[in-house]
Ligand binder design. Structure first.
Ligand code: FES
Ligand SMILES: [Fe+2]
Length: 440
């Protein structure tokens, strides 16, 4: 199955995108090949596989993979498929395979890196083409695996930029997340939240930097947050966003949006540094970081004020509240979002507790903020199935975005620069490698 380059080109205009990109199953299948089959995609964090034999399952688009810690301490990523009859070798989730993989169907075993170890009753395989040294009889490894400060990514392609080049400016958000620990390290802690969205995966990426929706979509939670704040005197720092979503448009217009190559970017933090200065947990954090790095560096680290970052194809790290919302496409109209929470190693316990409160109240399945978004994503999906029109608008502040050394910037936080940037990257990924590329 292939879609001609001319069609792909016609679906993305500088100021809009055709609704087929959200609704067409053939386009979805092509995305799995041309985006998820080529780009670096986040698999998991190395803290999820601490000991030899520990594994964590993940998905690169429609491909089930397993990240495993090998006996030599290296992290391997293999497709979750037994070469005998194709069974998934490990169950979804986290666990340990012990000294080797053992398929639950007929007991073939494989080393931690997937190479064939044994098959029961070898006699029956003699005098055949079966050769345990041939790759056909091993679990297949992903061609490229690379980690950035403990965040493990894999690529299904042997070609393309290295991970650091691919991440471009978005790597600075991973740096800041780690730097918030007094020893510069983080670990996944506690369980994860999972939310299935009844919408295409790209809608969530667009929403992550869409400030114009906040006062409208979240109106109901703003009203309840305001009345609670009145009763309490004020809301804690981690819940300010509930009230903040109701700020007038002038407030959002003052924020900065950054866009990097490959669809990545970030949105400036919503609250000014003064809000953090009034927060006792931030002050405790500052003291711990000052002891480790000195006051100037601690101020610099905590002063890097970012809301959602987008790592296109992988998800959204949040530096201040230490989470990574991993976005996994399931089908053209279903997306699984897994929220991983990170503990900053050797930071005060209150910092992690604050992150848990943020995750629970703001973006867990039981939150009264995130369901607002999930509802409108589904409405976009359903609305785009009607014959009411064909194009999606990305006009806002088009033509005012500024080119900077490492990408683009808008000093108006209501600009639709992030969406335009994501779809420019989408188009580049989706064009056939062998054909001429039209970089929008
Ligand atoms: S399918 Fe794995 S051993 Fe048979
Ligand atoms: Fe929202």
């Amino acid at each position: 199955m292939s879609i001609p380059n001319e069609i792909i080109k016609s679906l993305v205009r500088p100021d809009g995108v055709h609704k087929m990109v959200y609704t067409d199953p053939e386009i979805f299948e092509l995305e799995m090949k041309r985006i998820y089959g080529k780009a670096w995609i986040y698999v998991g964090h190395e803290s999820q596989v601490k000991k030899a034999g520990d594994y964590h399952t993940s998905r690169l688009g429609n491909q089930d993979v397993v990240m495993v810690r090998a006996s030599d301490g290296q992290i391997q990523v293999v497709y979750n498929r037994c070469p005998h009859k194709g069974a998934k070798v490990v169950a979804d989730g986290d666990g340990s395979i012990g000294k080797f993989f053992r398929c639950p169907y007929h007991g073939w075993t494989f080393k931690h890196d997937g190479t064939h170890l044994s098959a029961p009753l070898k006699n029956g395989l003699q005098n055949t083409c079966f050769d345990p040294k041939l790759p056909d009889f091993s679990m297949r490894k992903l061609p490229r695996v690379s980690a950035y400060r403990g965040f493990v990514f894999a690529s299904q392609s042997t070609e393309g930029p290295d991970l650091v080049s691919f991440l471009s400016g978005a790597a600075s958000s991973i740096d800041n997340l780690c730097d918030r620990s007094p020893i510069g390290e983080v670990e996944v802690s506690g369980g994860v939240f999972r939310v299935v969205q009844r919408s295409n995966w790209k809608v969530f990426y667009e929403n992550l930097h869409d400030t114009m929706h906040a006062p409208v979509t979240h109106e109901s939670s703003v009203v309840s947050a305001r009345s609670t704040a009145e009763q309490l005197g004020s809301l804690p720092f981690e819940l300010l966003i509930m009230e903040g979503n109701g700020e007038p448009y002038e407030f959002w217009e003052k924020l900065e949006l950054r866009a990097y190559e490959n669809g990545h970017g970030y949105m400036e933090g919503i609250f000014d540094p003064a809000a953090a200065e009034r927060d006792p947990v931030s002050n405790e954090h500052f003291v711990a970081l000052s002891q480790a790095y000195g006051a100037d560096r601690a101020r610099e680290i905590l002063g890097m004020n970012r809301h959602n970052t987008v790592i296109y194809g992988s998800g959204s790290p949040h530096t201040v509240f230490q989470q990574f919302r991993v976005i996994r496409p399931i089908s053209v109209n279903r997306t699984l979002v897994e929220i991983q929470l990170f503990k900053l190693k050797e930071a005060p316990a209150s910092v992690f507790e604050r992150a848990m409160t943020y995750a629970n109240v703001i973006n867990s399945p039981s939150s009264n903020v995130m369901p607002d978004d999930v509802e409108v994503y589904a409405r976009c999906q359903e609305g785009n199935l009607t014959d009411g029109g064909d194009w999606i608008s990305m006009h806002r502040y088009m033509g005012t975005d500024l080119a900077v050394e490492d990408g683009m910037v808008s000093f108006n936080g209501t600009s639709e620069l992030p969406m335009r940037n994501q779809f420019a990257a989408w188009k580049r990924f989706m064009l056939d490698d062998d054909a001429e590329r039209d970089i929008a």
